[in-house]
Write a protein that binds this ligand. Structure first.
Ligand code: SF4
Length: 368
């Protein structure tokens, strides 16, 4: 993929041999919310997902993370609409599917069977007046009509046990379960048809840290056992660094840095990523001062000129107000690493100035 003349481009082309592992390729996704002045919530996002990997999508509220997830699952509803982009999926059988060509029936089959979602609020995902067992049964009857009743029951019980819930809860109702148990049920439902991809959108945000840790450990164990890929969406960059193989950091509807987790943890290149890293405590490293990122994201109803982060960036210099930074490849030692910042662009890098050297990342990256 080549970088477009303006705006962040797609991540660097993967090596040919790793292409075989590709499960999902999203290219140049644009989503707008219609209105008197449309809100361009996702602006040219591209990413790749490989079999069995966890791709973390990070960023503040309103940066477009969840809208992107809805676009990928083709679950956008008016006034949101995808205005540009392509979505290619490759199943375990090697069959390639252009997700944008699927009709309603094709989408119905695709969801649950190939891709499922776990949302933040388990209570919203579960039907409060239907027993847990019946809700699993509905999935099997809709997608696996050949399964006999006994087989469906056996599978439901096995799925509940797989996520650490007593199989006899099959007769219970959602309100009889704790928040953590409900979220485990939702995860079991998402895995019921053994999908290739599970999208998790803030799945543990509403839970206390102990339950959150238990559920994340459970997801990790299941992923290793079943081999599905995960797109994990959260504002919690610390959590993503821990659980992800690679991360896409989003700001104002764009991916502004895309890198292996290890790379971001030690040498993030984009000032926004560095700001996010400074805003949460490192529980294992040295004590450090926490600093939030001052200001707020731009209004995405406006035409944005230059870098969308310019009003909040302590390193901004002249071209940042007039030219949109491109996603440039910064390295491949651990895996493809790209960032969209003029400080990393030889065509724009500012001359050394007193006080600037220390804050100027290079193409080799720097400590946040
Ligand atoms: Fe944007 Fe310029 Fe700051 Fe880079 S230095 S993040 S291009 S404002």
């Amino acid at each position: 993929m080549t970088a477009p003349a303006t705006g962040p481009a797609a991540p660097a082309e993967p090596a040919a041999d790793s292409d075989r592992d590709l499960v999902l390729r999203a290219e140049d996704i644009h989503v707008e919310y219609d209105g008197e002045r449309p809100t361009r919530a996702v602006r040219g996002v591209s990413f790749e997902l490989r079999r069995g990997e966890v791709l973390g999508i990070a960023g503040e509220s309103g940066c477009g993370k969840s809208t992107l997830a809805y676009a990928v699952t083709r679950m956008l509803k008016a006034p949101a609409r995808m205005t540009r982009g392509s979505l290619g999926f490759r199943g375990r059988d090697g069959q390639e599917v252009d997700l944008l060509t699927l009709d309603d029936e094709g989408l119905r089959t695709f969801r649950w069977s190939s891709l499922s979602m776990v949302f933040q609020s388990a209570m919203n995902a579960l039907n409060p007046v239907t027993s847990i067992g019946r809700q699993f049964d509905d999935i099997f009857r809709a997608h696996r009509p050949e399964m006999e009743r006994g087989e469906r029951d056996k599978r439901t019980r096995a799925l509940l046990e797989m996520v650490g819930i007593d199989a006899d809860r099959v007769h219970g109702y959602p309100h009889e379960l704790s928040g953590g148990m409900r979220q485990r049920v939702v995860i079991a439902m998402a895995l019921a048809l053994e999908p290739d991809i599970v999208i998790m959108d803030e799945p543990t945000t509403a839970l206390d840290v102990v339950v959150q840790r238990e559920i994340l450990d459970e997801v990790e164990r299941l992923r290793e056992e079943l081999g599905f890929s995960v797109i994990f969406i959260t504002h919690d960059l610390g959590l993503l660094l821990e659980i992800s193989d690679r991360l896409a950091v989003m700001y104002a509807g764009e991916v502004i840095e895309y890198a292996p987790a290890e790379q971001l943890a030690t040498a993030a290149a984009h000032p926004y990523t560095q700001g996010l890293l400074r805003s949460f405590p490192d529980l294992t490293g040295e004590r450090r001062e926490l600093r939030g990122i001052p200001g707020s994201p731009p209004d995405l109803r406006n035409d944005l000129v230059g870098c969308a982060f310019v009003d909040r960036c302590e390193h901004a210099f002249a071209p940042c107000r007039t030219e949109t930074p491109r996603l440039l490849e910064l390295g491949r030692e651990i895996g493809p690493w790209t960032a969209a910042c003029h400080l990393n662009d030889p065509a724009h890098r500012p001359p050394d100035q007193p006080g600037q050297d220390e804050g100027t990342p290079s193409a080799e990256g720097r400590q946040p």
